[in-house]
Design a protein around this ligand. Structure first.
Ligand code: MG
Length: 297
């Protein structure tokens, strides 16, 4: 059922008096607007249903109703109840938990082998040289919470300091990187190219601010990812968009992703399935992760 606000938009922005294809919808509005509806057939034999006798009657009926607060109340649908976590970082009841402690059962190396990163209590750490790990489950548009920690000991600078990455929609069959990367890096007093620092959409979008904590401190990303849409022929119909909060600070505000991540060259899209795994990058730095959960959107 369309809302009264949408009906208001229809009558205000369409010069023609348009009817509904659904009799039930027209009757619903006839009833609440308290006017007499009718139906008519066009030349093609298609029936349209009108909630009021004319456009002007519809408008005046709506204006009469507009003054009543109830007219702008929307009751359907009612949001499903979800139990939030005890803290803002804890998984809500409808989330898929990808790591809480003890095992990497939700993860696998790109070559299909068991994930060999190192688990210690409630976190795990990149095992340098063992390769990236991907979720066994596939996701499209989603909300992701992930916490990470770059090494306390600083042994390098720029892109070699606490480098890892959170990838969306990584194709396990792709020989190289194929997903969309939010960079993980130690960007605390560590200058590098701005579109390659922590919380950048790697080589595409500079974060709005640098909200990094220091080496060895736990940090969080809360990410809202809208997956791209491809036509059946593989043409891009709608690009991907991403919003990122770094340690609770908005750093990417619904930016349009230009294509899959590329270290060399300009980003471009390649058609892919509507759901693919998430990926964490092994960039040979001992970055740790904990408390990872995702909600499908
Ligand atoms: Mg990286």
């Amino acid at each position: 059922m369309i809302s009264l606000l949408l009906l208001y938009t229809i009558i205000n922005f369409q010069s023609d008096f348009k009817g509904f294809s659904s009799k039930d919808e027209a009757l619903y509005y006839s009833k609440i607007l308290n006017c007499d509806g009718y139906f008519s057939k066009d030349e093609d034999g298609k029936t349209s249903f009108f909630p009021c006798a004319s456009q002007s009657e519809l408008e005046s009926a709506f204006q009469d109703k507009e003054v009543e607060p109830k007219v702008t109340e929307i009751w359907d649908p009612e949001p499903v109840a979800v139990n939030p976590g005890k803290t803002f970082s804890e998984a809500p009841s409808d989330a898929i938990v990808l790591f809480s402690s003890n095992n990497l059962d939700e993860w696998v190396h790109k070559n299909g082998e068991e994930a060999k990163w190192v688990i210690e209590g409630d976190y795990f750490t990149v095992n340098p040289g063992s390769g990236d790990i991907l979720t066994k489950k596939s996701f499209g548009s989603c909300q992701l919470h992930v916490e990470f920690r770059t090494p306390t000991e600083i042994s390098s600078s720029g892109q070699d300091r606490g480098n890892s990455g959170v990838y969306f929609m990584e194709d396990p069959k792709s020989p190289g990187d194929s997903g969309y990367e939010i960079q993980v890096l130690d960007s605390y007093k560590n200058r590098t190219y701005s579109n390659g620092q922590a919380a950048s959409v790697y080589k595409q979008h500079i974060p709005l601010v640098n909200a990094s904590k220091g080496p060895g401190e736990w940090q969080s990303y809360d990410i809202i990812f809208k997956s791209p849409v491809f036509s059946e022929k593989g043409n891009l119909e709608s690009p991907a968009y991403i919003t990122v909060f770094h340690n609770g600070v908005l750093v990417q505000n619904n930016v349009q992703i230009q294509g899959y991540v590329k270290y060399i060259g300009y980003p471009e899209y390649k058609a892919h399935p509507s759901k693919l795994p998430l990926k964490l990058q092994d960039h040979s730095n001992e970055v740790s992760y904990r408390n990872i959960w995702v909600r499908e959107l």
